[in-house]
Design a protein around this ligand. Structure first.
Ligand SMILES: N[C@@H](CCC(=O)N[C@@H](CS)C(=O)NCC(=O)O)C(=O)O
Length: 217
């Protein structure tokens, strides 16, 4: 099984957390920005050229959430990241969608806008992204009151999504001190060995963060 990925990519980290949680063996195919051969391999597999992409037994699986669902079906381990029961799985999938759509997407907007030339900057889009993050943080702060993990007591797919989303979102649009429950949840995620490992593996690339990676974390 081969994962086409980069250690600093948020969506790649989402899948790496799932792989590390279950100690699933895989080969890491590095997608370095200056590696034309790796980029060509990725584009041949997935013309949209977004990472991560998983290749397993001749099958190409795309989209981080679907890769994690695929791993659970085909390479299960001790950690069940999506409950078998379809009803119990709904809040997990709902929180996964929340983190991708309402934290990861506006965070990416802020990051991508910052690497545009000044005349190409989308001020309106950036303002809207910051407003969306504030609304998301506020809702999540209330939701996480008395909750350990995103969907309750168990660590799930939703936490795989939350970890890199909140990790980078905080760098782009601060969570603390206003949203204490979100900040505490982000700290719990950082202390989780699977995510701590992904964060450590990505440390050498922090200079690539265009908004300036803070020294903490
Ligand atoms: N919806 C995709 C998003 C993947 C995504 O946005 N990946 C980013 C890296 S974090 C990427 O490939 N960016 C390269 C590009 O946009 O060309 C998923 O869930 O896997």
């Amino acid at each position: 099984m081969k994962l086409f990925a980069h250690p600093f990519s948020s969506y790649c980290q989402k899948v790496l957390i799932a792989l590390y949680e279950n100690v699933t063996p895989f080969e890491f195919r590095m997608l370095a920005p200056d590696d034309a051969q790796a980029a060509a391999e990725l584009a041949a597999l997935w013309p949209l050229a977004r990472m991560p992409v998983l290749v397993d037994a001749g099958r190409t699986v795309v989209e981080a959430t679907i890769i994690i669902e695929y791993l659970q079906l085909n390479h299960p381990g001790p950690m069940q990241l999506v409950p078998e029961d379809r009803g119990a799985a709904l809040p997990v999938r709902m929180m996964d969608r929340f983190f991708d759509n309402y934290v990861m997407t506006p965070m990416q907007k802020l990051v991508l806008d910052s690497i545009r030339t000044p005349e190409q900057r989308d001020h309106q889009g950036v303002t809207e992204a910051r407003q969306l993050l504030d609304t998301s943080y506020r809702w999540l702060d209330d939701t996480m009151k008395g909750r350990e993990w995103a969907a309750g007591d168990a660590f799930t797919l939703a936490d795989c999504a939350a970890a890199p989303a909140l990790f980078y979102a905080d760098w782009a649009h601060a969570i603390a001190p206003v949203f204490a429950n979100v900040d505490a949840y982000r700290r719990r995620l950082l202390a989780r060995p699977s995510f701590a490992r992904a964060v450590d593996e990505a440390r050498p690339y922090r200079g690539n963060f265009p908004l300036g990676a803070p020294d903490r974390d």
